[in-house]
Unconditional design. Structure first.
Length: 294
């Protein structure tokens, strides 16, 4: 007699979910990164989480400037800059300007597994606490170009982290240019804090001889249909990256040198002299005047 058979589905494993993700785990012994759930499950931008995971997977000393990250990711500078700013505000990322023994200033980037957490006792030593910078003469605080090229490039996230000047202290003409942008594009609405942060860059353009109407055209021409960042971030990028236009031509006419007169032969002494028409030279004219007076 044949064994009884059934068309019923096999019983599911106890505890297996009936919907949702089912993890297929593989025990890794090399080339893996430990990430906290608080970071991996962070609500918000997926770009921010992706940038954080990528930075955590890099060896110590790898450049993580915006230019370096843009070479790895397909996202542009604005999204990468916003991701770094969000990580900095959340306490995962910290930028410090530190002075070397040679007097050069470098910007070092520290990334924390857990914001405010204690460092691993078996890991690298805790980075030094930032010290309050002293006031130095202008010549001593200048950063050599070679130092900035070796470390992370200054980004919009860095400039926005600095405390802006009060709006009342900003150049009035620069603030007026920024406030008038919403007349061209109603999306370009800036807060007082954003206007105060952008005003110094606009003032530099004005000081370079660029007119207010020309600045408005450069900042509003060819804007995308959909903004992926705050209008202030887009304006900051254009003020920083757009080449300064050539200064307008000078209003004062350029004095041209006088035309060189041709040589003439004196009718009296046959000496060569410069004049517009034939005649007598200066000496012969002087003698003629003396004879007439005598």
């Amino acid at each position: 007699m044949a064994d009884p058979q059934s068309n019923a589905r096999l019983r599911a494993d106890a505890g297996a979910p009936t919907s949702g993700v089912i993890h297929v785990r593989t025990r890794l012994t090399a080339d893996f990164t430990v990430i906290s759930n608080a970071l991996a499950q962070r609500r918000g931008s997926a770009v921010t989480v992706g940038v954080a995971v990528y930075i955590l997977s890099l060896p110590t000393g790898t450049p993580v400037s915006i230019a370096a990250l843009c070479e790895h990711f397909t996202e542009g500078e604005i999204l990468i800059s916003r991701a770094l700013r969000e990580l900095e505000e959340a306490g995962y990322l910290e930028r410090r300007r530190e002075r070397l023994s040679t007097g050069q200033i470098r910007t070092r980037t520290y990334f924390y597994d857990v914001p405010g957490g204690d460092p691993d006792p078996d890991g690298p030593p805790e980075p030094p606490k930032p010290r309050r910078p002293r006031k130095q003469p202008a010549a001593a605080t200048a950063t050599p170009a070679s130092a900035t090229a070796q470390e992370a490039v200054h980004t919009p996230a860095q400039s926005e982290a600095e405390a802006p000047i009060p709006l009342a202290d900003a150049a009035p003409q620069a603030v007026a240019v920024l406030a008038a942008l919403r007349r061209i594009d109603r999306r370009l609405i800036l807060s007082e804090k954003e206007a105060a942060r952008l005003a110094p860059a606009v003032a530099q353009w004005l000081a370079a001889g660029v007119g207010a109407s020309q600045i408005t055209e450069l900042l509003t021409a060819g804007l995308p249909d959909n903004f992926l960042a705050r209008p202030a971030a887009i304006l900051a990028f254009r003020l920083r990256e757009t080449p300064l236009p050539a200064p307008p031509p000078s209003a004062h006419p350029v004095e041209r040198p006088a035309a060189v007169l041709p040589f003439q032969t004196c009718d009296g002494c046959e000496r060569a002299f410069r004049a517009s028409a034939p005649g007598h030279c200066r000496d012969c004219r002087s003698r003629d005047c003396l004879r007439a007076a005598g």
